[in-house]
Design a protein around this ligand. Sequence first.
Ligand code: HEC
Ligand code: HEC
Ligand code: HEC
Length: 420
Amino acid sequence: MKTRYWVWIGATLAASAAAATAWVIQPALAPVQAPGPNDFDSASIARGARVTAQGDCMVCHTAAGGSPYAGGLPLRTPFGTIYTTNITPDPATGIGNWSLAAFTRALRHGVARDGHLLYPAFPYIHYTKMSTADINDAYAYLMTRTPVVYQAPDNDLLLPLRFRPFLAGWNLLYLRPGPVPEDPSQSYAWNRGRYLVDGAGHCASCHSALGPIGGERSPAFSGGNIDGWDAPALTALIQAPKPWTREQLAIYLRHGWSTEHGAAAGPMGPVAHSLSRVPEADTDAIATYIMSLQKPPASVPKPVASDDHARVAQGATLFAGACASCHGATAPMMAAGGRPSLALSTAVNSERADNLIQIVLNGVPWSHAQQSTFMPPFAATLTDAQIASIAAYVRADIGKRPAWNSVEQRVNDIRKENQQ
Ligand code: HEC
Ligand code: HEC
Ligand code: HEC
């Protein structure tokens, strides 16, 4: 993968050179006295809670076991590790002395108060589309959180990328500042949905493929990869074995679980958890917009049998012992609440085994899920070969799909990636 870095660096250098004429050093904006709770109106603070939930701000800006919004969560990118910063109103280590103008500039242009350019791991290319009113409310909400004194660790990036002015070239390619006008030919719900999906919700930052320099590829939403998980295409939801409906999608986004499609696992768990705190009209609008992006179904794949009978048979035995108590056709869990069969799961039907492997290794944790969606992790109890056999069985007998290749090696790789 080393060559990829050099392509990235070369392209960034070239783009930076091209941007040189347009590139102006961003000025520092004057620090302000940290505003107090009485400086904001309570309705604005309440609306800000909704905006920050739409934008998952807390998910990224909170480290494991850390204080909310105090930052320190490591984000691993192909170019190194970037730590999220403290966005509590502590004046020294957080954004306490940031004016509304400085905060707005960060969201719209990816520039910090002191003028340095921010890394696009902070999805400002999406937040730039938020309305001025929403940005003002998010500011009111964040400035009235408890200030926390905490400084995130230094980033650990490839050398050339530590030089932030390079980002001017990147911005020239990928940043289109400011909100997008409404489309009058579409309904209110569609426009609201597009606004939330492309703006605060930044769905494309995980669900689109990334190019060699970390920009989102078009067509948008055709599937991406994040933290070792596949984020499936959002334009093929009606091609699923049980095609998604607007209603099922709205329920899935709100509750992190739907009767026909199961649980939101991995990095989607916290997204759904955050969306559980926004009004139902917002998740309905997101569903309306996403359903309008669907491509007509391609040809329906024919059931194919696996030829590795020994492995499938071994997987069947392991499944009966480790999984069937919950996922077997007659398991009590399957009867309760109309649970979807694993045959309908995207993790089982996907081109790649990655999400099935991740779910078996990590389970579906309590913290992001309702009690009824808990699944224990099997990382400590099943070997790579056993997980590969279970995957072969699930894929062949439950999914009725052609076998995945080299699953055992993939389990091994994913375990290593997860440990980093
Ligand atoms: C995908 C993860 C992610 C999400 C979601 C996210 N941020 Fe950030 N944010 C970052 C990272 C990473 C940085 C630091 C970038 C850098 O140091 O260059 C950052 C930096 C910032 C900064 C600049 C702070 C400073 O001290 O320089 C502000 C302000 C900010 N984020 C606000 C928000 C708000 C408001 C939201 C929600 C609407 C949000 N962020 C959601 C990752 C995220
Ligand atoms: C204690 C009960 C329990 C056990 C044991 C269990 N699971 Fe799960 N599993 C769940 C729950 C609950 C969910 C999330 C809700 C849902 O998707 O129905 C889930 C989700 C899944 C999903 C994702 C389905 C989706 O939502 O797309 C897969 C795949 C899966 N399990 C496979 C397995 C395999 C393979 C095993 C055995 C190694 C296993 N599970 C063992 C309870 C269990
Ligand atoms: C932090 C990355 C991330 C963000 C942001 C994100 N997703 Fe996801 N999403 C994922 C991953 C990873 C999965 C696969 C895990 C799973 O299916 O449980 C997923 C699964 C889904 C699924 C299920 C697809 C299927 O075929 O089973 C839907 C629907 C979805 N996301 C919609 C959205 C929408 C709408 C947004 C924006 C509001 C969004 N996601 C934002 C990472 C993300």
